[in-house]
Design a protein around this ligand. Structure first.
Ligand code: GLY
Length: 349
């Protein structure tokens, strides 16, 4: 079993252990004096793990209620959040009670946001079941939903009380979801750890998945401790995401996964960086090979011009340009501000 502590606000623990989902109730008991626990999950995950999680939590003496929403990004709406919060109210959860987010990134973001706003904030536990949520989104307290105007535009920073990662849940994950999560693993190596990147390049990550998850989470832990509210360093975690979000938007958030879009974004910005002499030569080729190794896309059917226009119309963006995350070399990243009228030039068009 591996354990990490995130020292932010009230510190919280992250446990990584195969089979943890079967014993999650014991870990929850250690941090909670709740009477009721609401397990929030989706239609993909509920048939696989809800009964196991429910009986482990009930064994510790908690009353368990559950809320199941339709799996997928299209559920990440304010309507479903209102429904979730009303469910908590109808079941009279108090400030001492707790929510468990059982599922992938969408579930963690939504259950976390419902916990952030219900009674002005109650505790929640992240029990991530996808690679993407285990290596990235379950740690650091970003919660929220999409708006018609754009992705993740409505949310709150609300740190979990506990994160329980069971790598065995990845055994039931369809292959394309595993690749999707690898997009974030590759990103983590690119921005902060040459040795992690080399491991991904050279080894079979599935053999060593517990260590890979630990490395990613440990890196993210450090970033979040130093910059919880994304005033500086945390923005480095968005490497590849500016172009990635633009690509997702051009596809109306269907047909291209987040990891795939971020992969193409990482490649675009690294090629641009090499062209203007900010990124070590050969970096983009190494990223391309790794994306191919994990069955991620390396190009998109939209032109660079369309992707740049979509970046510039991002509703989250303000001001006279875009702050891009760039690599000086694998494992070393920095923020580079490009004025609006210099962005096409940066991308060589
Ligand atoms: N996924 C990026 C962050 O948590 O900041």
């Amino acid at each position: 079993m591996k354990k990490l502590t995130v020292h932010v606000g009230s510190a919280y623990e992250i446990y990584i252990e195969k089979g943890l989902i079967k014993t999650c109730g014991g870990y929850i008991k250690e941090v909670s004096s709740a009477k009721k626990i609401a397990v929030i999950t989706d239609t993909n995950v509920a048939p696989l793990y809800l009964d196991t999680v429910r009986s482990s939590i009930e064994k510790e003496g908690f009353e368990v209620i559950s809320y199941i929403f339709k799996a997928g990004e299209s559920s990440k709406t304010t309507d479903i959040i209102v429904d979730m919060v009303e469910f908590l109210a109808e079941n009279r959860l108090t400030r001492k009670d707790m929510v468990v987010a059982l599922g992938g990134g969408v579930c963690g973001d939504m259950a976390g946001f419902a916990s952030a706003i219900y009674l002005r904030g109650i505790d929640f536990v992240q029990l991530p079941t996808t690679l993407l949520s285990q290596v990235d989104s379950s740690v650091g307290g970003k919660t929220g939903v999409d708006l018609p105007q754009g992705k993740n535009l409505c949310g709150a920073f609300h740190q979990p009380r506990l994160v329980l990662i069971d790598p065995e849940t990845l055994n039931t994950l369809p292959a394309h979801f595993f690749s999707d999560g690898m997009g974030e693993v590759i990103k983590t190596g690119c921005i902060k750890s040459k040795s992690l990147f080399e491991k991904i390049e050279n080894a079979d990550v599935k053999e060593d998945i517990e260590d890979i998850i630990y490395s990613c989470v440990d890196i993210k832990r450090g970033v979040v401790e130093r910059d919880e509210k994304e005033q500086g360093e945390r923005a480095l975690l968005n490497f590849g995401h500016t172009a990635g979000h633009a690509i997702e938007k051009l596809h109306n958030f269907t047909g291209v996964s987040h990891g795939e879009a971020v992969g193409i974004g990482m490649l675009m910005i690294s090629r641009a960086g090499e062209q203007v002499g900010l990124t070590e030569a050969g970096t983009a080729d190494r990223i391309k090979k790794v994306l191919e190794k994990y069955n991620l896309k390396t190009n998109d059917n939209h032109s660079a011009g369309d992707i740049i226009s979509a970046m510039q119309s991002d509703k989250k963006r303000t001001g006279s340009g875009i702050n891009f995350v760039m690599l000086s070399s694998i494992g070393n990243s920095f923020l580079h501000f490009a004025e609006n009228d210099k962005i096409k030039e940066l991308f060589g068009i």
